[in-house]
Design a protein. Structure first.
Length: 374
């Protein structure tokens, strides 16, 4: 019996298939970032309307036995789509590309002026099982490939410095983090979204402000103050400084935590109440002997001053968004989740209706610590 069992085990091992198609890690090129530009040299009838750039790390520079050399490589090629580019690279790249570690996708503003191309690219990215849907999205005013080329020699992490900045809004509100899935969802729900703006300044990349997209096309840029107002209204509150003038002196309020909540009512039209609460401390403020910052009345005045400044920025931003037809304060998303029947009635005309929606702002700023003053 035991001999028979041994023979059966040996036979099963012989019939068991191994990893016949496996590849060693050294035989894969792990793409960490993709840049997509318009092919300005394309001839009429040529399908390669894009310039696609891949960035991938040089794995020979990783680990104790690294051989030095370039930390990252970039390759650019004319292509009709992002996946088609990998085929076109076969004559230049020594190994196949692998996209599961993709972290960043950068589009040029010029590309975003062509709706049909943007739709094609997003549809391709969404359908591809190889593409990491959590990859972060960014837009640049210049060439997207230039951003990757600038950062290629500066980064010392395999995932890249751009991804480290775009990873989350935990430490800043000056831009809005957006993944590929977020981008596609925003277009499906309201047709409007905002993604971070990335620029090259003095040979380095800077992420600040945002790019508004509407119906798969570029609509407008926003600066970091407008972007912060949009984030706060959507409950995205990071560690951020709010500067204001109090009694002729610059005051810096550092936000440590907070929340923003919406409540929509339909009694007389659509009214949205925003309850915004922020906690933080004074980062810097010079006071006189007659106006001590730890005085309760002074603290209350400063809190009111910050509330007024924040309300002013929010209303200014709302006016700008209404003028360009970009409802980005999350009201439509809120209604689609909590008032689906009403949202179904107004969805098709929401962008035209948004300027008529009444806003009630209830902003509560608390100073928990006064910091160092003199």
């Amino acid at each position: 019996m035991k001999k028979l069992l041994v023979l059966l085990l040996i036979s099963s091992l012989m019939l068991t298939s191994g990893c016949w198609d496996s590849r060693e890690i050294e035989q894969r090129l792990f793409v960490t970032a993709i840049a997509v530009d318009i092919n300005e040299e394309v001839q009429e009838g040529n399908v390669n309307r894009l310039i696609v750039t891949y960035k991938y790390p040089n794995i020979n520079t990783i680990g104790k036995n690294s051989d030095g050399g370039h930390i990252n490589f970039t390759l650019s090629v004319p292509a009709s789509g992002i996946s088609q580019a990998s085929t076109a690279f076969m004559g230049e790249a020594p190994f196949p590309f692998y996209f599961k570690h993709l972290k960043v996708i950068i589009f040029s503003k010029e590309l975003l002026e062509h709706e049909e191309l943007v739709r094609h690219i997003l549809d391709e990215l969404n359908r591809s099982p190889q593409i990491n849907k959590r990859a972060r999205i960014a837009v640049t005013e210049g060439k997207a490939r230039d951003v990757l080329k600038v950062t290629a020699g500066q980064e010392y992490r395999t995932e890249g410095g751009i991804y480290q900045v775009l990873r989350s809004n935990k430490f800043t509100n000056r831009f809005t983090v957006k993944s590929l899935t977020d981008l596609i969802t925003d277009f499906d729900v309201t047709g409007v979204t905002i993604v971070p703006r990335i620029s090259i300044v003095s040979g380095k990349f800077v992420v600040s402000g945002g790019c508004i997209l509407k119906n798969y096309k570029f609509l407008a840029w926003v600066d970091q103050n407008q972007n912060r107002a949009i984030n706060i209204m959507n409950g995205i509150i990071g560690l951020e400084n709010i500067d204001t003038i109090y009694n002729g002196t610059l005051l810096s309020y550092a936000v440590t935590r907070g929340y923003s909540r919406k409540k929509v009512t339909f009694d007389d039209g659509i009214t949205v109440r925003f309850d915004i609460k922020l906690q933080g401390y004074l980062q810097g403020y010079n006071i006189s002997q007659k106006n001590q910052v730890y005085d309760e009345k002074t603290l209350e005045d400063i809190e009111n001053n910050i509330e007024e400044e924040l309300e002013k920025k929010i209303l200014e931003t709302r006016k700008f968004l209404d003028e360009i037809g970009a409802p980005l304060f999350g009201v439509g998303e809120h209604m689609s989740k909590f008032h689906p029947k009403m949202w179904k009635q107004v969805k098709d005309n929401w962008q035209e209706m948004m300027p008529e929606v009444k806003f009630q702002l209830n902003i509560d700023v608390n100073i928990r610590r006064t910091g160092l003053t003199e």
